[in-house]
Each structure stands twice: as structure tokens, then as C-alpha cells.
Ligand binder design. Structure first.
Ligand code: PLP
Length: 405
């Protein structure tokens, strides 16, 4: 059992009124609110320890470097990564996928190759691959959804040919909230020697992830969806890629030695982190993971799943509502529409009651094309959300339905 009231007290933003109502923040899939411990960690860094890292012998630089590297260790433990150097700090999921796509384009990908994605990928896990495909006569192949709006994994294996090199897939759909059967996907992918890229943007905030068990080649996520600051995330790579992925960005901080003719690069994470990184962001990310650890990610998952099942059952009682991706094993997210109404109208009216939901295509236009809808209303939860908030939301949603009918 988690103490939601105590947790809510750690989020000052939740106490404010929006349009004369107490804020109900159901847009956590886009970005989650930040606890005081994260805000204070960033504040403390700038107040007491601000200095550039890694290259200074003075005290503040040593402290800043230690705080930065401590975050790497904390996050490595969180994902059960044995060597913290396998975690590269980037600006977030999007940058991480771009770096992987660029690195693989210089190593394993050749003209005409194929990359497998799924129907519910976020644009950030489509466009970097599409860019490569357009420039190299490559092909994107898509795992379709079955009638339950889950990945049709029977079809996955039939898509694989000798030209298939990579599968890059969301662990959890940011629009439907459904959890990919990643163990099965990995098994099939390994049988065919595919490189596996796992987009954990929507799984890392909600579920326990053990990267030693999962054995993917790459895993990516963003701090801002995990109670941390914006502009920072990770790119995890296994030991093989840590030593072999060609770099796509370079500059100060990545090297052992430089002449005008030749550079010898540093080993480990530094090779992939050119320039002054987002030091305060990384420190805030470490504090965010400590916040999750205090509650325990398993407890967060349980609490949010209860909320998902609670809201799903309430919505299923409303004949005007069409729900997408209905399932009782989901992480964090549900999507729906009010029949014959545009999601923007529903979202705008809910905002009048202080309820923040996301509306639109959620950067998953190919999924919208499959569902033949312009968008959905998406409710996404975090650990501080409650059943009382859901009750208020349902009461106001009924009013919105009346207003729109
Ligand atoms: C599944 C998924 N992948 C990628 C992204 C992109 O994340 P970011 O904007 O933090 O880079 C998101 C963001 O919503 C997402 O939900």
C-alpha cells in the first residue's frame, strides 16, 4: 500500500487551482509532475555546486562530477545494469533513437535493408528509421495489431527476411497503454539475429525493467516522464555496442588525445557524451529515480493498474464512450472518444473543470490511420493520482457529454 496523500504533499504544483478547480493532472504520459526532492536537487546544485564536470581539479568541479556520476550509478541500479558506463546521457528518448539509428546506419545497415516497427510506434521511433530508409532504399515493415488492438506477434515472424536487420519497438504504447509482449518479441528477434531497440519512454515510469534479464541491444527512456526534469534521458547499450557503435556526435569530453590528424576516443559512456552535458538535468534524474525507489516501482505499477481498471470500468458503463486498447494489463494510459465528437472539444471542456488530459494523435498518426480516427482523449496516470480524482473526472465527463449532445 502506498500513502498517496503523503506522496501528493511532495508535489506543490498539485495544490493549485486551474479554472477555479483543484488541478487534476491526467497528462502524465506527456510529462509527469516533479516532486520537491527533484526540484531541490536541481536548486541545490545551482546554489552550492555549479561547475563544469570531468575536467576540473578544483573542489566544485569534483563535487559536480561526483553528483553527475552518482546519478549514472543510481539509474544503472534501477535498471539492473551491471556496468553504469552502458548508460549514456542524452537529451531524451528522441535523441537516443536518433543516435542509435545513425550509429547502426554506419555499421550494420546496408542499402535495401529492412527495419521492423509496430503499428503503434511514436513518431520518434519511426522518423529516424524512415530518414535512413528514404536515403538508402530501405524498407520499414510494420507489425500489425489484432482485433484486440494488441500486437499480432504471429505476423511478426512472417515479416522477417534475410534483409531484416533491426526491430525497434515500444515497450508500452503511449496511446493505448498496452504492454508489448517483449519477452516473446525478443525470443523471435534473437532467433533471427535482429538488433533489438526497446523504446521504454512509457514503460520506465510504470514498470520494473531488468535490462540484464531482457537482453536487448538498446533501451531508451526520458527523465521527464519519470518524475525528473526535461531535456535528459538515457541511451542504454549492451557491452558489444558500447565498444562498437559508431559515434554520430563528437567534440570536447569524448577523447583520450587529439591531433589535427587523429583522435583517440575515450572508452565507455564519455565517448558518446560530447560537450558540456545537461549536468543539472542528470542530477535531477538521479533524484527522480531515488524518489521512485523510495516508493518502489512495483508499488507504483500496482497503484496505477488499480486506477486503470477503475476508470476503464467506469468508462465502459457510458454508452457514448468508445474505448481503445481495452485490457486489464496496461501501464499508465487509457484512450477513448465520445461518439460523434472531436477529442479536442472534450479536452477543452474538461479543462474548464481543471482537468488536464491530452487530446489528438499523440504523435502516433499511423495508429490513428489504423483506428480510422483523428485522435483520442488520453488519460494517463502517475503515482499521485487517486480514485477520487477519477470520480470527479467521470462526473464532469458526463456533463461534457450532455453539453456536446
Ligand atoms: C513511446 C514514446 N516514445 C518516444 C517518445 C519521445 O519522448 P521524448 O519527447 O521525451 O524524447 C514518447 C513521448 O511521449 C513516447 O511516449
Amino acid at each position: 500500500m502506498i500513502d498517496v496523500l503523503n506522496i501528493r504533499n511532495q508535489f506543490p504544483i498539485l495544490n493549485q487551482k486551474i479554472n477555479a478547480n483543484t488541478l487534476i493532472y491526467f497528462d502524465n504520459g506527456a510529462t509527469v509532475q516533479k516532486p520537491l526532492s527533484v526540484i531541490n536537487a536541481i536548486n541545490n546544485y545551482y546554489t552550492h555546486s555549479n561547475a563544469n564536470i570531468h575536467r576540473g581539479v578544483h573542489t566544485l568541479s569534483r563535487i559536480a562530477s561526483e553528483l553527475y556520476e552518482n546519478s549514472r550509478t543510481t539509474i544503472a541500479h534501477f535498471f539492473n545494469v551491471s556496468n553504469a558506463q552502458q548508460l549514456i546521457f542524452t537529451s531524451g528518448t528522441t535523441e537516443s533513437i536518433n543516435l542509435i539509428a545513425q550509429g547502426l546506419s554506419k555499421s550494420i545497415l546496408t542499402e535495401g535493408d529492412e527495419i521492423i516497427l509496430s503499428q503503434y510506434e511514436h513518431h520518434s521511433n519511426i522518423l529516424p528509421w524512415q530518414l535512413w530508409a528514404q536515403e538508402n532504399n530501405g524498407h520499414l515493415k510494420v507489425i500489425p495489431l489484432n482485433s484486440n488492438q494488441e500486437l499480432d506477434l504471429e505476423k511478426f515472424e512472417t515479416l522477417i527476411t534475410k534483409k531484416t536487420k533491426i526491430i525497434s519497438i515500444a515497450h508500452v504504447s503511449n496511446t493505448l497503454g498496452v504492454i508489448s509482449n517483449i519477452e516473446k518479441i525478443i525470443k523471435i528477434a534473437k532467433k533471427h539475429n535482429l538488433v533489438i531497440v526497446l523504446d521504454g519512454a512509457q514503460s520506465a515510469p510504470h514498470m520494473q525493467i531488468d535490462l540484464q534479464k531482457l537482453e536487448v541491444d538498446f533501451f531508451v527512456c526520458s527523465a521527464h516522464k519519470m518524475y525528473g526534469p526535461t531535456g535528459v534521458g538515457i541511451l542504454y547499450m549492451n557491452e558489444y555496442w558500447l565498444n562498437n557503435l559508431p559515434i554520430s556526435k563528437t567534440g570536447g569530453g569524448t577523447i583520450k588525445s587529439v591531433t589535427f590528424n587523429e583522435t583517440i576516443y575515450a572508452e565507455g559512456a564519455l565517448r558518446f557524451e560530447p560537450g558540456t552535458p545537461n549536468i543539472s538535468g542528470v542530477i535531477g534524474f538521479g533524484a527522480a529515480v531515488n524518489f521512485i525507489n523510495e516508493i518502489k516501482i512495483e508499488n507504483i505499477y500496482k497503484h496505477e493498474l488499480e486506477l486503470i481498471n477503475y476508470i476503464q470500468n467506469k468508462l465502459l458503463e457510458l454508452p457514448e464512450v468508445v474505448l481503445y486498447g481495452v485490457s486489464n494489463v496496461k501501464a499508465g494510459v487509457i484512450s477513448f472518444n465520445i461518439k460523434n465528437n472531436h477529442p479536442f472539444d472534450v479536452g477543452t471542456l474538461l479543462d474548464k473543470y481543471g482537468i488536464a488530459v491530452r487530446t489528438g494523435h499523440h504523435c502516433t498518426q499511423p495508429l490513428m490511420q489504423f483506428l480510422q480516427i483523428p485522435g483520442t482523449v488520453r488519460v494517463s496516470f502517475a503515482v499521485y493520482n487517486t480514485k477520487q480524482e477519477i470520480d470527479f473526472f467521470i462526473e464532469k465527463l458526463k456533463k461534457v457529454i450532455l453539453m456536446l449532445s
